[in-house]
Design a protein around this ligand. Structure first.
Ligand code: B12
Length: 215
């Protein structure tokens, strides 16, 4: 069994090679993938965030840590996706325009795939027009919006408004999330739901589609 504390350290120190090798070793030894994510990887990114806030590290260090996190997540993602059974619905997910943070969004996408949903990942910095085009071309059930910056949170509202203007809002459920987003904010901007993390996002979408299938 690898020393998993070293996975935390590798992500914290932005050492992508070490992070990938410990992740591979852990998965080969059947360590539960979500334990790696929740107990070591996310806490390491939280610590990076704290250091960034207190100016003990800067954007280059953030980028290295993010690269290490993404590399390990890429190894974990296929395992999460393989857990699904029948497609339970189709979700278009993206980080809203102006926001480049995509680690949390990728995690939500992986968990939804693992939960049996088909996921159309539109990426980061996604314009309202791209969300609209996805709804129009891909029979989307749920639109999932991510934002990590307080300055891009209002873009969630403008994206929802754009869906209404384009006449596609009633075709989908809209869920929102990201570290600064709250349940109250979700309600305030007219979203149908909010989830705090990737695991609760899956149960939220499942519940929503079971309770009231979209038109
Ligand atoms: C990594 C990182 C970066 C990387 C992003 C790399 C990438 N590809 O994503 C880089 C270096 C590019 C970056 C840039 C910037 N960043 Co930054 N970044 C972070 C950091 C350290 C970690 C974010 C992260 O990945 N967390 C791990 C993931 C797993 O968590 P998460 O994203 O919150 O996602 C979870 C939940 O929120 C939820 N969720 C997420 N999305 C969704 C969507 C739905 C639908 C649902 C239901 C749930 C959900 O589920 C996820 C899994 O559980 C945070 C600090 C922190 N601890 O959050 C700062 C942080 C977000 N960044 C910050 C800032 C200021 C910036 C910059 C402006 C810095 C600068 N001066 O240039 C730029 C902005 C660039 C831009 N236009 O977007 C601030 C934001 C402050 C604020 N209140 O707005 C933070 C909070 C750091 C800080 N403490 O100051 N950043």
């Amino acid at each position: 069994m690898p020393d998993l504390q070293k996975l935390y350290d590798a992500i914290l120190n932005g050492d992508n090679k070490a992070a990938a090798s410990i992740t591979k070793e852990a998965l080969a030894q059947a360590v539960e993938p979500m334990d790696l994510v929740n107990k070591y990887m996310i806490p390491a990114m939280d610590e990076v965030g704290r250091r960034f806030e207190s100016e003990d590290c800067f954007v280059p260090e953030l980028l290295l840590s993010a690269r290490a996190m993404k590399g390990s997540l890429e190894l974990i993602r296929p395992l999460l996706a393989a857990r699904g059974t029948e497609p339970a619905g189709r979700v278009a997910i993206g980080t809203v325009q102006g926001d480049l943070h995509d680690i949390g969004k990728n995690l939500v996408a992986s968990m939804l795939e693992g939960g049996g949903f088909e996921v159309v990942d539109l990426g980061a910095d996604v314009s309202p027009e791209k969300f609209i085009a996805a709804i129009q071309s891909r029979r989307i059930d749920v639109v999932a919006l991510s934002a990590l910056l307080t300055v891009t949170m209002p873009t969630m509202k403008t994206t929802i408004e754009a869906l209404t203007l384009a006449g596609v809002r009633q075709k989908v459920k809209v869920i929102v999330g990201g570290a600064p987003v709250t349940k109250e904010y979700a309600k305030q901007i007219g979203a149908d739901g909010f989830a705090e993390n990737a695991i609760s996002a899956v149960s939220l979408v499942r519940k929503m589609l079971a309770e009231q299938p979209v038109a």
